[in-house]
Design a protein around this ligand. Sequence first.
Ligand code: PMV
Length: 338
Amino acid sequence: MNSHAGSSRASAVAHANFALVKYWGKRDAVLNLPDVGSISITLDALWTRTRVAIDPALEHDRFELDGRTDGVGGDRVCTLLARMRELAGSAARARVSSTNNFPTGAGLASSASGFAALVTAADRAYGLGLPPERLSALARIGSGSAARSIFGGYVEMHRGMRADGSDSVAAPLAEAEDWPLEVVIAVSDRRRKSVGSTEGMQRTAATSPFYSAWVANQPADLARAREAIAARDFEALAEVSEASALAMHGLAMSARPGLLYFNAATMECLHRIRQLRAEGVAVFFTVDAGPQVKAICGPAAADAVAAALAGVPGVTEILRSGLGAGAACVDRETARPT
Ligand code: PMV
């Protein structure tokens, strides 16, 4: 192997994304290939910043998350770095340090922004210069949803058919500015979830009698969401997004033992959002593998939605975000794109 030809260190920022048509289920656990496509929005206010510094003197890769070296995800970080080193023809190991500006592993898509930032920084540090679709395929190896965080705005992740996963990649559907919706997040538990999404998906596929119906239904929901986004049809997007989130959780609950990501505040927020919509407020919900509720709304409705969810018992924190950009390398000091 050659020594690496890259610029030896790089920093990148990537943003979290929330799926409106949910990903739940893998067709290949090793390459992390999804069994269903998904459609998401990328946020601007929740991000990971990652620095990759190549250090030929290191024997092993080093990974630090929010100042801790004992955090989760280290194995997957090393797997990804090994793959990128192979592409670069380099043997040099790297020091990776990552910061999230929001709680890690609590159903707020920290793995999505984390792995998207990692591959973007490592691509620059190892001098690879890969196009975004290749970075998306690499990010997917770390976490399925990370493939979507390579892009900004509205994004579709394709299930793909190939065994090597080269067509299991995300692609942009629309820019954030094309339809600037807002997101209000009702946090009711900042702790790390008890069953991670990989384990949850495997248990669901292995034990739920409804798994094949979920997979068979997905193309219709993806088509509906694609059309709603193209037409900026809020009501249609609300209908398909809530249906997909509830179907995913219903499916997860039907695993054995059933997966319960909701708490009482989650349920109360869903009722509150439905009530607001009945009163004419443009808002709908989605929920991932954790209890936090994400309310998606028009900019004019965001203050009212935030006030309503802040009043739900058990909600401890409200986060707000607009839609944001894809992953990009940044200057370490100024955080400006480079
Ligand atoms: O990317 P993963 O493996 O953490 O899975 C994400 C799963 C959900 O957040 C529940 C749904 C989704 O599409 O993001």
